[in-house]
Design a protein around this ligand. Structure first.
Ligand SMILES: NC(=O)c1ccc[n+]([C@@H]2O[C@H](COP(=O)([O-])OP(=O)(O)OC[C@H]3O[C@@H](n4cnc5c(N)ncnc54)[C@H](OP(=O)(O)O)[C@@H]3O)[C@@H](O)[C@H]2O)c1
Length: 265
């Protein structure tokens, strides 16, 4: 019996698998995907075995991670429902699909958790919001579940009602950050930096700034003020960002993600 099984091995499944392989033996893991060639390629590359079918994978693991897009959940449910056991913990990565909806569909005696990770999990630098019903998991299971996602980075356990908000700030936000890095690099290229240099500089500036927030204990506003000398160059840039609605655009991006999550069922 494998410890952790995945149904779905796309962007997010692969990112989590990459993190897990740093802590777990390939034999403790199992997965399926839609296409046989994809499964064979992943097994060849990682040594992680794949199940013969979704039902086979579901029957052979303690923690079953559902890493398919929400629109494929019903198909997968039909394939696995006969194999699920109350001792298992089924972990959905999908936005919008609630634990109560999954219990209603797959049985009140089954146990579920929701996780909202992000793709930096691949490097062990992800952030995952985790939610489960109080009292539904044993303390050992809570620890094990947390450990699975800690193999991929940091974990915050939140109330389930906050999972859509987590999706904005964890699941989706790498896309916003990549756009910022790309745009900053464009700015450097505009004034003569080679593209690759500009991209490395922008990415390292984001990485370093994020660590300053996490490790200095200072509020981001204070850190921003420390970069802005009076009448200097940076405050001119900050002023231009305010004029362009930078902060408001990011909050509106979260509004849009949140709205979309509430439309998924
Ligand atoms: N991408 C992110 O950054 C991110 C962040 C947080 C949460 N999520 C959530 O994670 C979940 C997966 O997203 P993703 O980005 O990884 O999607 P994805 O890249 O499209 O991958 C989906 C995977 O599901 C497999 N699949 C599709 N139908 C299947 C079926 N019937 N049986 C077995 N496998 C099937 C696909 O197989 P093939 O590879 O063979 O086609 C593929 O491996 C979604 O619910 C998403 O909302 C994603």
């Amino acid at each position: 019996m494998a410890k952790i099984g995945f149904i779905g091995m796309g962007n997010m499944g692969s990112a989590i698998l990459g993190g897990l392989l740093k802590r777990y033996d390939a034999k403790e893991l199992l997965f399926t995907a839609a296409h046989r060639e994809k499964m064979e390629e992943v097994t060849r590359r990682t040594g992680v075995p794949h199940g013969e079918s979704n039902g086979d994978c579901a029957a052979r693991c303690k923690y079953l991670i559902l890493a398919v897009k929400p629109q494929y959940f019903e198909t997968v449910f039909q394939e696995i429902e006969g194999q699920l056991k109350p001792e298992q913990v089924i972990v959905s990565l999908a936005p919008g699909i609630t634990i109560s909806a999954m219990k209603k569909r797959l049985g009140q005696n089954k146990r579920f958790a929701r996780a909202m990770p992000n793709t930096p999990a691949l490097l062990g630098e992800g952030i995952t919001g985790l939610a489960y019903e109080k009292g539904s998991l044993s303390p050992e299971e809570e620890n094990e579940l947390r450990g699975i996602f800690e193999a991929c980075g940091k974990v915050e356990v939140v109330e389930e009602r906050l999972m859509n908000a987590v999706g904005c700030v964890s699941g989706s936000s790498p896309a916003f950050v990549y756009m910022m890095i790309e745009a900053l690099a464009d700015g450097g290229v505009k004034y003569g930096l080679p593209r690759a240099t500009a991209c490395r500089m922008a990415a390292q500036a984001v990485l370093g700034s994020a660590r300053m927030v996490l490790e200095s204990g200072k509020h981001p506003e204070q850190l921003k003020d420390e970069v802005c000398s009076p009448a200097g160059t940076t405050i001119q840039g900050v002023s231009a960002l305010e004029e362009g609605g930078f902060r408001s655009a990011l909050i509106k991006a979260c509004d849009a993600c949140y709205r979309k999550s509430t439309e998924i069922q």
